[in-house]
Design a protein around this ligand. Structure first.
Ligand code: SF4
Length: 295
């Protein structure tokens, strides 16, 4: 029997079998990658090291990340680069619309880095991107996954005015863990964002939020978060397994089993979410087109 040498280097936990994914070569993956490079667009799929990168791009879908690839925050779970951002690219909204057209998407998901350096947090850029996509394809379902805009009402109003079908803002984790998981955000601010959007959209926009599990939350804390989301009228819920993107990020505390995810999904439905996606590989935008909003 060999003895492993003790190591001082941090290590990542070994993945359980349900999280080990094949990485098949695929022409459609290469095509998606080429199209995005051609249009000089960023995606959260790549920047955040999403585990579904191969699957989604092979199926010809991706989540566009606008306002650059440098984030002004440094959340402990997220692999997006933290750095001083560059000025906004005024041509980006049109290129996102062009990409959505070329990819033949019927449901587009647009997210952004947090731009706390801008007065509107990048809300105007979201608005322009929504408008560009709608001008290109009026029938496209448009989902935005936004930062909290520091809960500033003019910024929220700006995005709401562009009338996305789905407004997603992630709670990410339970109340107790929020300061260590996303230190520049607050749990109550995120709830406030969702509440304001719901109050102002007159029911024409579906609100959506999600949490990562496995960061050390208890079931009671999770249930509290789900109830809090329903309390602000959140319509759609996503629950997925947190995966440590690099050794410099928060460690996984627990791998939640697929059976537990299914149980939490049933609980979400009982609580009144109109659509719930709950599973180890679920991310905010994973199979986002499975929910078809009606206006
Ligand atoms: S789940 Fe979302 S972020 Fe991940 S690869 Fe798919 S589209 Fe991209």
């Amino acid at each position: 029997m060999q003895h492993a040498e003790p190591t001082t280097r941090p290590q990542r936990k070994r993945l359980p079998h349900w999280l080990r994914l094949p990485l098949p070569a695929s022409d459609s993956f290469t095509k998606t990658r080429g199209l995005l490079a051609d249009l000089r667009l960023h995606t959260v799929c790549e920047s955040a090291k999403c585990p579904n990168h191969w699957e989604c791009w092979s199926q010809g879908t991706a989540t566009f990340m606008i306002a650059g690839d440098r984030c002004t925050r440094a959340c402990g779970f997220c692999a997006v680069t933290t750095a001083k951002p560059l000025p906004l690219d005024p041509g980006e909204p049109a290129r996102v619309a062009e990409a959505a057209r070329r990819m033949g998407l019927r449901h587009v998901v647009i997210t952004a880095v947090a731009r706390d350096d801008l007065d509107d947090g990048g809300a105007g850029h979201f608005r322009q991107t929504i408008e560009a996509v709608r001008a290109m394809r009026p029938d496209m379902i448009i989902e935005v996954l936004t930062p909290d805009f520091l809960d500033r009402e003019p910024a929220l109003e700006s995005v709401i005015a562009a009338r996305p079908h789905i407004f997603n803002h992630n709670l990410e984790t339970v109340r107790r863990l929020t300061p260590s998981v996303r230190s520049r955000a607050t749990y109550d601010r995120s709830l406030s964002v969702l509440k304001k959007v719901k109050a102002r959209c007159g029911g024409t926009i579906h609100t959506k939020s999600g949490l990562m599990l496995g960061l050390g939350e208890s079931e009671d804390e999770l249930f509290e978060a789900l109830n809090d989301l329903r309390g602000v009228g959140c319509d759609i819920l996503t629950l997925g397994q947190y995966l440590q993107p690099t050794l410099h990020h928060l460690e996984v505390q627990e791998f939640v089993t697929p059976e537990k995810f299914a149980e939490y999904g049933r609980l979400g439905a009982r609580l009144g979410f109109v659509h719930v996606a709950s599973g180890p590989l679920v991310r905010s935008s994973y199979h986002a087109d499975e929910f078809v909003p009606v206006r």
